[in-house]
Write a protein that binds this ligand. Structure first.
Ligand code: GDP
Length: 315
């Protein structure tokens, strides 16, 4: 009995759907139009490049970002004359001037203990995948990196939530000569301020997940390189100078507009407002953790294991 009535229902449904009627036409149209859109969203959100957590590599040109990316991708870094940069934003190949950063997909074991040299596929362990995104270090192209930290309202908020950490690579061997320290600190100031604004803007509403910063003091294989502790103190001192200079500019430009000026100045002030000296600790107030860790990609030295471990713990 039940079987018969089910069969009859199916039959009458098929009959109804094959009989030309406005409802059938509208339904048919809706399916034809909406199905591709629905499929697009399903597939789009399933692509790994949209869902993987990411780590942003930033820092001035020549600091070693591409070398580090290559090391993590291949497990070793061989510098042969034929070696070309993966990301040739401003690389040796003059024909390739792409402004889009290169990114590589990396994996670390679920417990975060595997090395970048380990072949996780071969060992069959469960892996956490993430994207390491290289960015151009040249001053004119830095907007790209900064826009990834604070995506505009127009771009999706998910881009921000997938950013797990920022690795700022510095050339520890170049920091002691002339212009390198102010130039590096200037860029670092912009990166840290972007992160700070990201947190302070959300006051009142739900705070976004914090994005920690690793300052990778690179090239410690070179005898001219400053140890990590000195890189840290030199950068803190220089960031303090950058802060003073920039706030002076703000004060000058806001003469006569006291009320507005004070608010804006506080917005562009990195760390504890009004403090004499800058220290990375002041950023903890904004839930931004900054670590300075030494290492090297090429030559003999501490290597890149500590950096990898730092990243692995945060993706
Ligand atoms: P990027 O502009 O930040 O991407 O820097 P690159 O990765 O192109 O590196 C700039 C130069 O520094 C290259 O010639 C690298 O071979 C070199 N370099 C990178 N890491 C190290 C390192 O740990 N030690 C030494 N001695 N040289 C390095």
């Amino acid at each position: 009995m039940i079987k018969m009535s089910t069969l009859e229902t199916i039959k009458s449904f098929i009959e109804a759907s094959l009989t030309p009627s406005p409802t059938v036409f509208i339904l048919g149209f809706a399916i034809v139009l909406l199905l591709p859109i629905f499929l697009h969203y399903v597939l789009h959100s399933a692509t790994p490049y949209n869902t993987l957590p990411s780590v942003l590599l930033v820092g001035p040109s020549g600091a070693g970002k591409t070398a580090l990316l290559t090391l993590f991708e291949r497990g070793s870094f061989s510098q042969s004359p034929s070696e070309t940069k993966i990301t040739t934003t401003l690389g040796p190949a003059p024909t390739h001037t792409s402004q889009t950063p290169a990114s590589v997909e990396l994996a670390v074991s679920a417990d975060g203990t595997s090395s970048y040299r380990d072949d996780l596929d071969a060992s069959g362990s469960v892996a956490k995948k993430f994207l390491l995104i290289d960015t151009p270090g040249h001053a004119k192209l830095r907007g790209h990196a900064l826009s990834r930290i604070t995506p505009s309202a127009a771009s999706s908020g998910s881009l921000q939530s997938k950013l797990k950490a920022v690795v700022f690579v510095v050339d520890a061997a170049a920091l002691s000569d002339g212009d390198a320290l102010p130039a590096t600190a200037g860029y670092l100031y912009d990166v840290l301020l972007a992160l700070q604004k990201r947190m302070s803007r959300s006051k009142g509403s739900k705070a976004p997940p914090s994005i920690p910063v690793l300052i990778a003091a690179n090239k410690l294989d070179l005898f001219t390189a400053l140890p990590a502790a000195l890189v840290k103190s030199n950068l803190e001192a220089e960031l303090g100078r950058v802060r003073r200079t920039r706030s002076q500019g703000l004060l000058d430009s806001s003469v006569g507009t006291d009320d507005i000026g004070a608010g804006e100045e506080a917005d562009d002030w990195l760390g504890e407002y009004g403090s004499e000296k800058f220290s990375f600790k002041q950023l903890l107030e904004f839930d931004i953790e900054v670590d300075v860790v030494g290492g090297n990609v090429i030559g003999d030295g501490p290597g890149a294991d500590k950096w990898w471990k730092w990243i692995a713990e945060r993706v």
